[in-house]
Design a protein around this ligand. Sequence first.
Ligand code: PRP
Length: 178
Amino acid sequence: MYQNVKRVLISKEQIAKRNKELGAQISEDYKDKELLMVCILKGSSVFFADLIREITIPVKLDFMSISSYGNGAKSSGEVKVIKDLDSRVEGKHVIIVEDIVDSGYTLSYLTKMLKARNPASLKVCSLLDKPSRREVEFKADYVGFEIENEFVIGYGLDYAQIYRNLPEVCILDPKVYS
Ligand code: PRP
């Protein structure tokens, strides 16, 4: 799998350390609240699994599967819900967990959609943030790492649906897609 990796960008150790910090911060921020953590499939699955185990207060979990429309429609920021949440979010404290904020379209659409369901609060935790790629204003509440504009794979992130099981965040060798 590493034959198409240009280099490791964020090591297992760096990820584990940051997850501990994020978990501690979330545990403190929600210590007297009931928290629902929402995993956005598939990219955030690995981060989600690690992050929830760094949280020391009781949490409930739910999962949502979405896909972006084609390029044309992406400029409208619309995403298609493949699998919606099982739980009702009305009156609940919700954190959406994502792997990356890139153009910002997905999360600005998702947060609008879930806010319309009247949660008590709604925040976003993203492992990665690529602010240089932003096309629509969006700021996550919790961010693991801010990164440059490189094609990243691993730790849940894919290229053509593979590499999600690499344990580090890696930069894909541009020869693969150019
Ligand atoms: C990725 C990522 C975010 C979105 C971010 O999902 O998980 O949902 O793209 O990009 P944006 O800020 O430009 O909208 P992807 O569609 O690759 O699906 P996946 O999670 O199944 O890999």
